[in-house]
Design a protein around this ligand. Sequence first.
Ligand code: BDR
Ligand code: CA
Length: 317
Amino acid sequence: KHKVIYDTDPGVDDAMALLFQVRHPDIELLGVTSVFGNGTIETTTRNALYLTGKFAPHVPVARGAGAPLVREAPGPLPFIHGHNGVGDIALPADDQLGGTLDPRPAHRFIIDTVRAHPGEVTLLAVGPMTNLALALAEAPDIAGLVKQVVIMGGAFGFHGILGNVSPAAEANIFNDPHAADQIFNAAWPLAIVGLDVTERTIMNAAYLADLRDAGAADGQFLWDVSRVYHAFHLSSEGLDGIFTHDASAVAYLVRPDLYTTRSGPVRVLTDGLAIGQTIQKPSTMPVPNPAWDGRPAISVCIDVNAPGVLDLYRATI
Ligand code: BDR
Ligand code: CA
């Protein structure tokens, strides 16, 4: 089983990815850590408590960073994930959420949990990478202790895809580019599941309706939570369906054979017009360049068996 700490900013697709993990037999969730992003840290922590309370009440939630390391917080975009961050579904009162709040800050929870299970923990990060960067800064030894890090973020221009919140940047990286650049420079095995594959794995309207009809209470929840998100994709992209962002990171973890990767160091632009852009130097490129050379090789997903991922998600639910 993969022992997972799920670092997340719920978020509609974050919620869909959480349920995927809870239902997948090869995943053991050790904890959920919240981070700002799709909502404020108050909103995303509340949503993490709600989601774990509903689906995994014994999994602790640790509250994480409310702002990026250096840049000013860009601020949530409520028209994407709804005003409450989870598609404007009805939520219980704050004292009835049912989840378990850990007293530690997220980065401390990450450090303690990784040290308690040396070589075993996967960090699955699908929001801004701030908590991971804080954990790494406070305890650099965790780089040698984690099993692996899998992140949803970035875009590398395969299939013409470069960004979603700007023409050059993907949201999770854009929200804290300094944190991303730091975690891409740590000596831990890291894989990036970015827009190049997540935007090519589409849950269309028929797929979502089938999930609803075949997936019992889970299916109905996935339908309800994704209405605002679906409408956003329709109005902004003309897409009658949704991109599979955060759940793709889960799919990569349990079925890496569904993805093609390219290895090499990755840098993030931390200022300027293209702030948040991710650029990989392929390990096959012989020309020296000090900005990339000497940094660790990262596996970047460049292609995906999308029907395979969609079948896996459906079968798991
Ligand atoms: C990523 O940004 C967030 O809005 C989503 O939850 C996903 O993690 C996609 O760019
Ligand atoms: Ca997310």
